[in-house]
Design a protein. Structure first.
Length: 721
């Protein structure tokens, strides 16, 4: 070794000693254990202490280092409650019951970000409790939620996991969920939010090798928006999708580093999806072997593999296609997340470390009440001719409930195990008591359907999909069902024939559609007097539904996706260019139900629509106000929605774009002034020549109403430079 190299090593050693001087007095064996030290210096120390094998081990989903006393956290699922049970493959061991909310699609239908934040906070608290309690001491604090993907097509088998089709709306819900999971402490997180699946992952068939192809504008203005908004809110973890984007597998796509890391500031965990590394050479045919796949994944920014990766990393190092410094660079992100979770600090300093004693939170009455409230808020009233609903329970002597799933709460592939469930049948029976003769049949026997329909005052059809198709992996025997690995073959409801049978006998027949996605129920919408929609999974499903059906709660949910009238209104499944007729922004023709649609048992009047200025400049913000009055006789919720339309843009823009919304509750005759904000930055488009967002001189129409199709007021705004 030359003198110069010896000198450099000596100076480096002195520097390290100087930097860490004084920390020994706090009795920390290693400097990284000192919470007062800067995070990056703590990580410098960790990296310097790790062996190569330990560094490789830290590329797993659990960056623990037992030799150094570093206890990391692995991952758990948590789209609508902690998932440590349920039907999913990771949860066949029913470890512990947990508070279980409606599916993400249903959470979206609440249109209530404060509510969503509370749902996530309850979930994070339970994750901490399970992770830290001596009784359980299992689970994890990195939660794979929310799903920031966009439901661009109702045939997507995993529609249930997303918040809907609108990028801005989904981004608002993602931000609320991130904030709820991570908590309010300025230094530590209660749990870490790991968003999935980056990016443009909305087809299941052939996802292992398919490519989602679209232009740079759609990347910036649509598909990436919820992920960017989540990172801006503080999420520091996401999962790369299986699919390609414009021909490059997402696991190794340059946008991971170039955009997510370098532009948006993502500096934590970027993990693969399960088995994604192997797909790079077996399905995508992108590399010739596992060494290249592993090496390029790390160099692209992947720092956690959901694969058997260790041998491939070693081979890549031996062949020189991966350097140890490449591993050093990426695993820093894992430790940033562990430090934010407080796992490297004394428990006395971490406010969430005390969540481990007392009653199990899922047994608490307040959690049950929250689930019931969230579920009620998620219910969408799709039709109510002649005030068919709510039903007067004092005037009913007999009631028929027909449907194969009416007597159970169906869990989905990412569900936990709820402490109890209340089915639609149970909830209705409890609501009505012994004074009403309630009878149920699955509908499989025509004679029983005829008998019950003919002999009952009312018929409630409880129909929908099976969330995991009641079949093996990648199998859905019913064409309109879908799930992970299987897209829907049709959007028509096979059970609609059952509705027709009951209605022919008893016209006082209504539909409760419990589904994870839209259905083209054109005959039902035209004929049946009342329809409500809600999603699966809630432990309080039956109680919440009964509250709505019998008038103890006024439904106020809104749709988060365009419901087509027919399959013919949909472009080809693999057409990712949404301008070709997808979502309410570009939909061609008249939908069955529009985005943002939902009815109420009361009525609302809009008045005094005002804008504080009719001219907006770059960087500015305008305020829109409107008075909403409940003109009916029941307390109810209205969702005020602000859309915009560009009138003179130099590029093709959507026919409408949601830019603000607010859900409010009003008593009869009560009036409230709703205030919405619109930022100039939200009016920009992505300029593909300059590769940046641009605010153009333009006229923008403001459209305010109760859905994308029910606009009450219009005003035109001048955008000036």
């Amino acid at each position: 070794m030359s003198f110069s190299k010896k000198g450099k090593l000596f100076i480096s050693a002195i520097t390290i000693l100087f930097v860490f001087a004084g920390h020994a007095q706090d009795n920390y064996p290693y400097p990284f254990q000192d919470p007062k030290l800067e995070i990056e210096k703590r990580i410098d120390n960790i990296i310097s202490l790790l062996t190569l094998d330990e560094k490789i081990s830290c590329l797993s989903t659990n960056p623990s280092v037992p030799r150094l006393g570093i206890k990391g956290s692995g991952h758990i699922e948590g789209l609508h409650g902690v998932a440590l049970g349920g039907p999913g493959g990771w949860g066949r061991r029913k470890l512990v019951t947990t508070t279980t909310f409606p599916q993400s699609y249903g959470l979206g239908e609440t249109w209530d970000t404060a509510l969503i934040r509370q749902v996530a906070a309850i979930e994070a608290y339970e994750a901490r409790y399970i992770f830290q309690s001596e009784k359980y001491n299992t689970g994890a604090l990195v939660i794979r939620a929310p799903n920031a993907d966009l439901g661009r097509d109702p045939r997507w088998g995993r529609t249930e996991e997303c918040y809907g089709e609108d990028a801005f709306f989904n981004g608002c819900m993602v931000q609320a969920y991130v904030r709820g999971l991570q908590g309010n402490d300025p230094k530590y997180w209660m749990a870490a939010s790991l968003m999935k699946h980056f990016l443009a992952n909305s087809n299941e068939n052939e996802r292992a090798h398919s490519s989602s192809d679209f232009d740079e504008r759609l990347f910036r203005e649509y598909y990436s928006v919820p992920f960017r908004m989540g990172i801006e809110q503080g999420s520091r973890a996401f999962m790369a999708a299986y699919n390609k984007y414009n021909g490059i597998p997402m696991m190794v796509h340059p946008v991971l580093k170039e955009i997510a890391v370098n532009e948006w500031g993502q500096n934590g965990i970027i993990c693969t999806d399960g088995g994604a590394m192997k797909l790079l050479w077996t399905e995508h045919k992108y590399y010739t072997d596992s060494a290249w796949a592993a090496a390029e994944g790390v160099k692209a920014g992947i720092n956690q593999f959901l694969d058997r990766y260790s041998g491939s990393i070693h081979k890549a190092l031996e062949e020189g296609i991966l350097k140890e410094k490449d591993i050093d660079e990426v695993i820093r992100g894992n430790f940033r997340v562990m430090i934010k979770l407080g796992l490297l600090d004394p428990p006395s300093m971490v406010p969430y470390a005390s969540i481990k004693d007392g009653e199990e939170p899922w047994k608490m009455e307040k959690n049950k009440e929250w689930v019931r409230e969230v579920t009620r808020k998620s219910i969408v009233l799709l039709k109510n001719d002649n005030n068919f609903l709510p039903l007067d329970k004092t005037a009913i002597k007999s009631l028929a409930i027909i449907g194969p799933y009416a007597n159970q709460v169906l869990l989905d592939w990412y569900s936990g195990t709820p402490p109890y469930t209340v089915s639609a049948l149970d909830g209705i029976k409890t609501k009505l008591g012994n004074s009403v003769n309630v009878q149920w049949t699955t509908g499989n026997d025509a004679d029983s359907v005829n008998k019950l329909a003919a002999g009952s005052d009312y018929v409630i059809m409880v129909l929908g999909n099976h969330p995991w198709c009641n079949a093996g992996w990648a199998q859905c025997p019913t064409p309109s069902d879908g799930r992970e690995a299987v897209d829907r073959q049709t959007i028509y409801l096979e059970q609609e024939e059952l509705i027709k049978k009951a209605y022919r006998i008893n016209p006082r027949t209504m539909l409760v559609l419990i589904s994870s996605f839209p259905y083209a129920i054109t005959w039902t919408e035209h004929t049946i007097p009342a329809i409500v929609h809600l999603t699966h999974n809630s432990q309080e499903l039956g109680n919440a539904l009964a509250d709505v059906l019998f008038g103890d709660y006024n439904p106020g949910g809104r749709l988060v996706q365009t419901w087509p009238r027919s399959m013919e209104q949909l472009p080809p499944m693999m057409d990712y260019n949404i301008r070709n007729g997808r979502t309410y922004m570009y939909f061609k023709g008249a939908p069955l139900f529009s985005f943002g649609y939902g009815l109420s048992y009361t009525s609302f009047a809009y008045s005094r629509f005002n804008v504080n200025t009719m001219m907006i400049k770059p960087g500015a913000e305008i305020t829109i106000t409107v008075d909403i009055t409940n003109t009916g006789k029941r307390t109810g919720d209205e969702v005020v929605q602000l859309y915009i339309r560009h009138l003179n843009s130099v590029v093709l823009r959507p026919q409408k774009e949601l830019k603000a919304f607010q859900r409010i509750t009003l008593k009869p005759k009560e009036k409230k002034t709703v205030q919405l904000k619109l930022k100039a930055n939200d009016l920009r488009y992505w300029d593909v020549d300059h590769h940046q967002f641009m605010l153009e001189k333009d006229k923008v129409q403001l459209l305010l109403g109760s859905s994308s199709a029910d606009i009450k007021f219009f005003k035109t705004l001048d955008v000036v430079q």
